[in-house]
Design a protein around this ligand. Structure first.
Ligand code: OGA
Ligand code: MN
Length: 295
């Protein structure tokens, strides 16, 4: 599909052919898009949920921030007391999170290291999780570190009727004690009983505020609990929900190149990352679009 924009190169939206995601061509992220192009980008995001922009090398943090603002006001990086252990130690603006395994003087400059990040939603342990996350690839390892995305509208639409009916009005606790690679955040005790997991309790079925579509909304599998359910029953249902959400029928896997920007809708998409060789370098800068309370 080609969307013509007055006075500019038309934006091209090329769907991945999988359950979600599209590559956008004809955008230079360093330049503010004219209003028609900005509108076309927001429309494409609504429709495809994950947008890929290739070849955006050399973007500064300021330019990355301005580009992300096309999609909404930004949320500051998760570096508060509650999320300690995820914050960056390098000198970046408060809107930017460094995702990297690189260490300087024995200290990691960013979050998530080189390990696997299991399926999750970003920062959903807070009451108003970000609407989206935007990850910009500055250095990419020669292999590994692919990031996969799953379409949570599709996951809900194809969920078996019995499970869907059982969780229809349920809330789930979104654990804040662990990061997406499973390391414990500073100062948060280990969870011994999922009924005491710290973190926001959100509806399992949420409505996308921009499109009105329903989606399955899950945070992190570990330490999750369907509030009020008997623990064994909650575990059984959560295993069912997670394995269904991760079904490859709903998934698109992205293989990074330097200069890629990938923006995902955190309200209707979960993501995961493959591990990679810790002896190689991976450097990403991430921004977050502000979101509202899930309903
Ligand atoms: C994140 C994240 C995945 C990756 O930044 O929230 O999960 O590919 N990153 O590094
Ligand atoms: Mn993440």
């Amino acid at each position: 599909m080609t969307t013509p924009c007055a006075g500019t190169v038309p934006i091209e939206v090329v769907p991945t052919g999988f359950a979600l995601g599209a590559e956008i061509r004809g955008i230079d992220a360093r330049k503010p898009p004219p209003p028609e192009a900005a509108e076309a980008l927001r429309e494409a995001w609504k429709q495809h949920l994950v947008l890929l922009f290739r070849g955006q090398t050399g973007l500064s943090d300021k330019e990355l921030i301005a580009f992300t603002q096309v999609f909404g006001p930004l949320q500051e990086a998760p570096n508060s007391d509650v999320t300690a252990g995820f914050g960056s130690f390098a000198d970046v603006p408060p809107e930017v999170t460094i995702i990297s395994n690189i260490e300087v003087d024995g200290r990691p400059i960013g979050a998530l290291g080189a390990g696997e990040a299991d399926w999750h939603t970003d920062m959903s342990f807070i009451e108003e999780p970000p609407a989206g996350s935007c990850l910009y690839a500055i250095e990419v390892p020669p292999s590994g570190g692919n990031t996969s995305f799953t379409n949570m509208h599709r996951a809900l639409d194809t969920l078996d009727a019995e499970t869907a009916a059982t969780v229809k009005d349920a809330r789930c606790v979104h654990d804040l004690s662990l990061t997406s690679t499973g390391s414990r955040r500073q100062g948060i005790p280990e969870v011994a009983d999922v009924r005491e997991t710290p973190g926001a309790r959100h509806p399992v079925l949420r409505t996308h505020p921009d499109t009105g579509r329903k989606a399955l909304f899950l945070g992190r599998r570990r330490n999750a609990w369907l509030v009020g359910f008997e623990v064994g029953e909650s575990e059984r249902l959560l295993d069912r929900l997670w394995s269904h959400a991760a079904d490859e029928a709903h998934v698109w896997e992205h293989r990074w190149r330097e200069g890629d920007i990938v923006l995902w809708d955190n309200r209707a998409v979960m993501h995961r990352r493959d591990p990679f060789d810790p002896a190689t370098r991976r450097l990403m800068h991430r921004t977050q679009v502000k979101g509202g309370r899930p309903y």
